[in-house]
Design a protein around this ligand. Sequence first.
Ligand code: DC
Length: 223
Amino acid sequence: MNQSRPFKIIAIDGGAAVGKSSTAKGLAERLDMMHVDTGAHYRSLTHALLRAGADVSAPESTTAALAHLELETALVGRSAKLCIAGVVPTDAEIRSPEVNAAVSSFAAMPPLRTFLFEYQRNQANIARAKNFAGIIMEGRDIGSVIFPDADHRFFLYADEATRSARRAKEGQTDSIAARDQMDSRRKTAPLICPDGAIRIDTAPRSLEQVIETITRLIAPELL
Ligand code: DC
């Protein structure tokens, strides 16, 4: 890998099922960057907290359960995964109907977001240490809270019918609109389009077209 190229931080935000993960993974491959799915962080913590018996309606139980969780990072290909007590939870575990139903409530809790803040900021140091050309982090508050200083910030969106069809194709039960409403209305780090972010409608575009649109803006020399 080339040591002299400037390290870049790319933030991708947007609601549920707008295509953030597929876009971020495709871009990471094309641009030789490390990919971080912060939705998976909230899902993994939700899974661990539910297993520990934390109750979302009793915030003290969550704070107490968080104190026992040790976080590390495991690199799987280009994707950095949250490892809790030495284990990366499986996709089936973190995308279960129980986690889908509870994740937005846990994610609205300030202690849980504070718990993840340094861990997520530190992902850029891991990507640098591993000689990636940059980091592509996706979520709800990446361009607004985690990396407001990112080199490039994008906000993806799509109409609800398109998003529901995408989840159905993946065989998932997910109340997209309800999650978006909770994620947008919470007080701490709500889902917003950060000032200055470039908005991209993914409904009329194929995945390849979205990746091309972003590559054209950040690394036109690669096209
Ligand atoms: O991207 P996703 O649908 O897998 O995210 C799951 C939930 O995690 C989402 O409903 C809200 C929360 N989340 C968050 O609050 N902040 C982020 N940066 C990423 C996800």
